[in-house]
Design a binder for this molecule. Structure first.
Ligand code: FMN
Length: 225
C-alpha cells in the first residue's frame, strides 16, 4: 500500500515535469493568403545560409510552424503523412524573436502553440550539436524536425520530413525569409540538446532568418536587439 502511494506521488510529479506546468505561448492565427503566389515562391526558393540581424516576429513564427505541421482545410495537416500517423515532432530553437524569449520550444500542433522546454539563448550549445554549421548561430530561430521513436517503416518518416521541409522552404520564401535544410548534425548531441533519448531520430535542422546580405558586423548574440 505504501509502495503504491509512493508510486502515485512519483507519477503525478512526472506529469508536471512532462509539461503540465510548462509555459505555453499561444501563436497568432495563421494567414491563408499571402503576397507571393505559389509559383513565385517555388521559382524563388533557394537555400539561404546567411541572415540579417533582425529577429523574427511571432506572426512569422506562427506562419512557419503552421506551414510545417499546422491544421489544413481538411482538418488534417499541411503536409501529408502515411496513414495520417504524423510521426514527426517540430521543435523551435529561439535566439532572437519579438514576443518570445530565447529557449527551446516544442510545437503543440492541436493547440497551435509553443510549449517551453528550456530557457535561454542556447544557440552556442546548438551549434556544437550541428557540427559547427554557423547558420544556426546567426539565424534568429531554427526549426528542428525529429521522430521521437524508431518506427518499423523509417523510410516513410524520411519522406515525410522532406514534405515538411519543402513547406517550410516555400513559406519562408513567401515571407521574404530564408532557410536551408541541415542534415549534417551530430545525432547523439542533437538528441541530448533536445532532451530526447538515443532511440529518437533527428531529421532536419532548418535555421530561418531574413535574407539581407548577412549579419556581417555582428555574430549571434552580439547582434543588436
Ligand atoms: C538531404 C539534404 C541534406 C542537406 N544537408 C545540408 C547541410 O548539412 N548543410 C547545408 O548547409 N546544406 C545542406 N543541404 C542543402 C543543399 O546543400 C542545397 O539544397 C543544395 O546545395 C541545392 O541548393 P538550393 O537548395 O539552393 O537549390 C542539404 C540538402 C538535402 C536535400
Amino acid at each position: 500500500m505504501k509502495k503504491l502511494a509512493v508510486l502515485m506521488i512519483l507519477l503525478s510529479m512526472s506529469i508536471v515535469a512532462c509539461g503540465q506546468g510548462a509555459e505555453r505561448i499561444k501563436l497568432p492565427q495563421p494567414r491563408y493568403k499571402g503576397e507571393a503566389s505559389f509559383e513565385e515562391a517555388l521559382y524563388a526558393r533557394h537555400s539561404v545560409r546567411s541572415y540579417g540581424c533582425k529577429g523574427l516576429i511571432l506572426d512569422e513564427i506562427s506562419q512557419l510552424l503552421w506551414a510545417a505541421q499546422g491544421k489544413s482545410q481538411s482538418g488534417k495537416r499541411t503536409a501529408p503523412s502515411a496513414h495520417a500517423s504524423y510521426p514527426i515532432d517540430v521543435y523551435l530553437v529561439v535566439g532572437k524573436a519579438e514576443g518570445l524569449a530565447g529557449g527551446l520550444y516544442k510545437y503543440d500542433q492541436p493547440g497551435h502553440q509553443l510549449i517551453k522546454v528550456k530557457d535561454g539563448d542556447l544557440r552556442h550549445e546548438f551549434l556544437v550539436a550541428c557540427r559547427g554549421q554557423g547558420q544556426v548561430l546567426t539565424a534568429p530561430v531554427s526549426i528542428v524536425l525529429v521522430c521521437p521513436e524508431r518506427k518499423d517503416e523509417m523510410k516513410f518518416v524520411y519522406m515525410e520530413a522532406g514534405h515538411i521541409a519543402e513547406n517550410v522552404y516555400l513559406q519562408s520564401t513567401a515571407l521574404n525569409l530564408g532557410t536551408v535544410v541541415i542534415a549534417g548534425f551530430d545525432e547523439t548531441k542533437l538528441n541530448e540538446f533536445l532532451g530526447l533519448t538515443e532511440g529518437s531520430q533527428p531529421l532536419y535542422v532548418m535555421p530561418v532568418g531574413s535574407e539581407s546580405g548577412g549579419c556581417k558586423k555582428c555574430q549571434g548574440d552580439e547582434c543588436p536587439k
